[in-house]
Design a protein. Structure first.
Length: 114
């Protein structure tokens, strides 16, 4: 039985050494819509179901590891986090979220289902 109810992928986070050229490529070459943009990150819409690519500017000498993270949609973020905690899955802060890793070190966190 699953520890939490997943409703798909909300976004996949990708870090870039140079954010602006990457953003321009997604927008100008692929024709994808930019839903939100700041100087350090942008959300690029992929499809019509609310799925996004979250593009981030790498920090300092940070080596961009791909993917940076995958955000899973769940109906109740707090319940999903508590289910992981109860199952002994290590959690760590990742911005405003609680992140967890798979056996290879890939990072995941939850987003509320819309």
């Amino acid at each position: 039985m699953a520890l939490f109810e997943s409703r798909g992928i909300d976004h996949v986070g990708i870090r870039y050494r140079e954010l602006q050229p990457a953003l321009a490529w997604f927008r100008d070459t692929l024709g994808l819509k930019i839903d939100h943009e700041t100087p350090r990150m942008a959300f690029v819409r992929v499809g019509n179901d609310g799925t996004h690519l979250a593009l981030f500017q790498a920090e300092g000498d940070e080596q961009p590891r791909q993917p940076h993270h995958v955000a899973l949609r769940v109906p109740d973020v707090a319940a999903a986090v508590e289910a992981l905690r109860s199952a002994g899955v290590p959690l760590r802060p990742a911005g405003p979220n609680q992140a967890f890793e798979d056996p290879e070190g890939n990072v995941f966190h939850f987003m509320p289902a819309k």
